[in-house]
Design a protein around this ligand. Structure first.
Ligand SMILES: [Zn+2]
Length: 258
């Protein structure tokens, strides 16, 4: 998640301008939508020849990976998957000019990943927060080197309504098309801001599914979210993730476009 607090986001045509402090769509509006989604499963049954299948989770900013897929990451780790986390920017534009923010956000992301069971260090690509649309080709090239052999790739949804999320999604889509993924690999995309600005009627259901995560994973995800103090408190300025936004990330199902 990042910046755009108290100012409008330049968003794709499908999303209106929004800020994280708008009233937004309440979580209750999504209940029926979530119940209707078909269950989604990692491709474990089709890759029996791999002892430790690899999943790569890509985030535009530190925290998107946990908000979008934290519980799934936890369950994958517990199931023996080799989970890697890649964060494209250090997120220092959530509070422009705040000293030490980029380092703090990297630390938060690293601690959260470790809490969820990820044993590899989080890989930070170091692109400039807020400027990812201008670096799609470079991002895609770096992701390509990381993706080879992966059986599951998880990243942001291109229609999420945030320019950095859209740019990362498009860079990742291109990298996936060029990479040598494992046989029958899956590519899933998570939404962050769309839960806030969109309505259920805005979404097509055909390409959407939901992973039913364990109770332990739900609990671990909430604890991981608490580690993003720079975003959920006003320590660096305005709170980026107020309770209404966070309410979308306490679900028992994590939704992915696939
Ligand atoms: Zn983000």
């Amino acid at each position: 998640m990042s910046p755009q607090i108290n100012r409008h986001v330049s968003a794709p045509p499908t999303s209106p301008p929004f800020t994280s402090h708008d009233i937004g769509t309440t979580e209750a509006h999504w209940d029926c939508y979530l119940d209707a989604l078909p269950p989604l499963f990692p491709p474990t049954l089709t890759i029996t020849t791999l002892s430790s299948p690899r999943a790569v989770v890509v985030a535009p900013h530190p925290d998107d990976e946990v908000l979008g897929a934290g519980a799934t990451m936890f369950d994958l780790c517990r199931a023996g998957w080799d989970v890697r986390v890649v964060v494209v920017s250090d997120g220092d534009n959530s509070h422009p000019g705040a000293e030490g923010l980029g380092h703090q956000r990297q630390l938060e992301s690293s601690q959260a990943a470790a809490w969820l069971g990820v044993t590899h260090p989080v890989q930070f690509l170091g692109f400039s927060d807020g400027n990812l649309p201008g670096h799609r080709q470079e991002i895609s090239a770096q992701l390509l080197d990381i993706l080879d052999g992966s059986a599951l790739v998880i990243g942001p949804w291109r229609n999420d309504g945030h320019p950095d999320h859209a740019a990362t999604a498009m860079a990742l889509e291109h990298a996936c098309a060029c990479a040598i993924l494992a046989p029958e690999a899956c590519v899933w995309q998570y939404a962050i801001w769309a839960w806030h600005w969109a309505r259920p009627s805005d979404f097509a259901l055909e390409r959407t599914g939901a992973v039913d995560v364990s109770q332990a994973a739900q609990h671990a995800k909430q604890q991981a979210i608490e580690m993003f103090q720079s975003q959920i408190t006003d320590h660096f300025g305005a709170t980026i993730l107020p309770p209404a936004v966070l309410s979308h990330f306490r679900r028992s199902r994590e939704v992915f476009w696939c």
